[in-house]
Design a protein around this ligand. Sequence first.
Ligand SMILES: C[S@@+](CC[C@H](N)C(=O)[O-])C[C@H]1O[C@@H](n2cnc3c(N)ncnc32)[C@H](O)[C@@H]1O
Length: 187
Amino acid sequence: MNQENVSLTAFAHQWILKNATNFQFAVDATCGNGLDSVFLAKNTTGKLFCFDIQEEAIQNTKAKLLQNHLHCQYQLIHDSHENIKQYIDTLSIDVAMMNLGYLPHGDHSITTTHTSTMKALDEIHKQLKGVMTILCYPGHAQGKIETQAVAKWIATLDSKQWTIETKRALHPDSPILYCLKKTCVDL
Ligand SMILES: C[S@@+](CC[C@H](N)C(=O)[O-])C[C@H]1O[C@@H](n2cnc3c(N)ncnc32)[C@H](O)[C@@H]1O
């Protein structure tokens, strides 16, 4: 990860700690090298669900969680986040992170896509009662399409139910972080 991505990831962690009062059920929708999973596991009292389509990412995340002696309940799921409903069913999600793109130091051709990302966002946002961060990378071809799709999806969210903070640099290809908080669960 370059410096810009590291600082947006750090910002996402700080923002979550400021805005989430309860981490009973947490989701890392793209566990990759396990950095976000370790952060979530340190703060989760119930169960953490970690998704990735790459076995390498699942193993990296498992190793990171073990190295950090994290004893919270967690489930490593070698599947696409678009199938999240099969694993979490009706649980209310308190915190979700979706750090899109490809595995740093891995195969850059294996990346999140706008189709599966949109399906996952649709599922997660229905079951979310807390906060979610989405980190988008428009600096590569698939990431640009995906970033546009995420921006369009965010624009459809009801402002009576959600507060949304956006953090980005001025350059159009710089990563963009969306921080979403569900402010009103039942309308
Ligand atoms: C930027 S990395 C995630 C970084 C990670 N959160 C961390 O803290 O190290 C993006 C990850 O998304 C994964 N990914 C791509 N498509 C996916 C999908 N449909 N479902 C779940 N994970 C996916 C990639 O394999 C890659 O590991």
